[in-house]
Each structure stands twice: as structure tokens, then as C-alpha cells.
Design a protein around this ligand. Structure first.
Ligand code: BTN
Length: 244
């Protein structure tokens, strides 16, 4: 991972560039990093604010030898890597909010966007996009987002060296990825549940069919949220609005 790192001052989106490179055959572990994105992409076609020099905006090309249905595990893996880096290196304990947002003190600090190309039950490539708000002050965050978004700097009262932070994330990623490929998902599940937001608590869940209260218990191998119903059964939740 990271033997080839492509660094650009300004791009539309590292995700777009990494996808393009992957289509053209970029090797496993290729990384695209930018100081600034003019059209950063979030999940569900939302924009992702990526101001110059304020955060980590990067995309990792992976060519894992695995089936497409296991791709969500890579997103969960990435969330645990970011959580551990923020906890151990930056010294503040984050939580992972299902499916894959990183929160500090109740506000979103980082997000992950996973895109995949698959053919005949095999993954051709995955592009993992990682966005971390690192050094934004409050006035750098758009006013309408200030109550729900934050940066590591705001939560640690300290400015962070982006280059060093990136190195920590990449080396953490490499270790976790190798461990996962050799030993499977168990360790990721354990770490995810260690940081999982509101695990063991009752939340209100809303799907198209109904709204009800349930207890969050953890994460499943396929990326589903595990919830415990009143009758004691554990169910899987794939998509739902959760009133956190
Ligand atoms: C989300 O929480 O909605 C996911 C945000 C992902 C943002 C990162 S920044 C680097 C990469 N390039 C993009 O355009 N998006 C991802």
C-alpha cells in the first residue's frame, strides 16, 4: 500500500482520478492525495467540502482477490483504521457511526466513500475514498454544517501535521489490511464494536415499513447493523434511518 503515491495540489476529486487510474490498470495500493478538491464527493451524491490544506483527501486503489459481497468489509476496515489513528495518535476517542462515519464528541469528523468495479463474482478494483477534517477552525466549516461537523483540531485544540497524519493512517491501513487478508474479519468486527456509536443502547429506527425501538448490538460480516429486538432475536439492518 502506498508504494505509488500521486500527490496533486488541486483536483476535482481524488476519487474520480483514482477510478480513472484503476480503469487504466493502476496497481494495487496506488494512492491519490490532494491538498484541495473542487468537487469532493460524499456518499449519496452529497458534496464533500475539501478546503486547501485543511484535511486529508485521499483515495486508495485496491485489487483484493475477493467476492464483491465482501467489499463492505473494506469500508468497515477503513473506519477502524481511522478510529484507531484518531484515538492512539491524535489522542481523542472517536466513535464509528454506522455505516461508516467517524464522529468526535457527537459531530462528524471523517467519512469514507467506497466504489467498486466487479466482474463475474470477482472484484476488479475498489477505490476507497477517505476524507478527514483535520485542521479546520470553526469559521472554516460552512455555517449550516457547524452544528453537525467538526475537525480534529477543534476537538483536540491542536493543529496536526497532515503529512505525518497521512503516514500514520497508511501504515495503520497496511497492517490492518494484511491482517484481514490473512486472518479474516473477526479482528475488524471487534475493533469496530469497540468504537461503535451507541452500542448497547436503544435507538429509534425507521424503515419504509415501520418505525420502532431497538438495541444496537454490533456489526455483521456483510456490513449490516446487528440489532436486538424486544423478543430477544438479533436481526440485521441493511438500510434504515436511525434517530441517533
Ligand atoms: C461521506 O461521508 O459521505 C464520504 C466522504 C468521502 C470524502 C472523500 S475525500 C477523498 C475522496 N475524494 C472524494 O471526492 N471523496 C472522498
Amino acid at each position: 500500500i502506498g508504494k505509488k503515491i500521486i500527490h496533486r495540489e488541486q483536483v476535482d476529486s481524488t476519487q474520480i482520478i483514482a477510478n480513472q487510474l484503476a480503469r487504466e490498470g493502476a496497481e494495487h495500493g496506488t494512492i491519490v492525495i490532494a491538498d484541495e478538491q473542487t468537487a469532493g464527493k460524499g456518499r449519496m451524491s452529497r458534496p464533500w467540502h475539501s478546503a486547501k490544506g485543511k484535511g486529508i483527501w485521499m483515495s486508495i486503489v485496491l485489487r483484493p482477490n475477493m467476492m464483491p459481497q465482501h467489499a463492505p468489509q473494506l469500508t468497515l476496515l477503513t473506519a477502524t483504521v481511522l478510529a484507531e489513528c484518531i484515538d492512539h495518535y491524535m489522542g481523542v476517542r472517536p466513535s464509528i457511526k454506522w455505516p461508516n462515519d467517524i464522529f468526535i464528541h457527537g459531530k462528524k469528523t471523517a467519512g469514507i466513500l467506497t466504489e467498486m468495479q466487479a466482474e463475474q463474482d470477482r472484484i476488479q478494483y475498489v477505490v476507497l475514498g477517505i476524507g478527514i477534517n483535520v485542521n479546520q477552525d470553526e469559521h472554516d466549516i460552512p455555517p449550516e454544517l457547524r452544528s453537525i461537523a467538526t475537525s480534529v483540531k477543534q476537538e483536540t485544540n491542536q493543529e496536526w501535521d497532515l503529512r505525518e497524519s497521512i503516514q500514520h493512517i497508511l501504515s495503520g491501513f497496511e497492517v490492518s489490511y494484511e491482517h484481514y487478508m490473512a486472518n479474516g474479519f473477526a479482528h475488524i468486527k471487534q475493533t469496530w464494536e469497540k468504537y461503535g456509536y451507541r452500542i448497547g443502547e436503544t435507538v429509534t429506527v425507521e424503515t419504509l415499513q415501520r418505525t420502532w425501538q431497538t438495541v444496537i448490538v454490533g456489526i455483521a460480516e456483510d456490513g449490516a447493523l446487528l440489532i436486538k429486538e424486544e423478543d430477544g432475536n438479533v436481526d440485521k439492518l441493511y438500510s434504515a434511518e436511525i434517530q441517533w
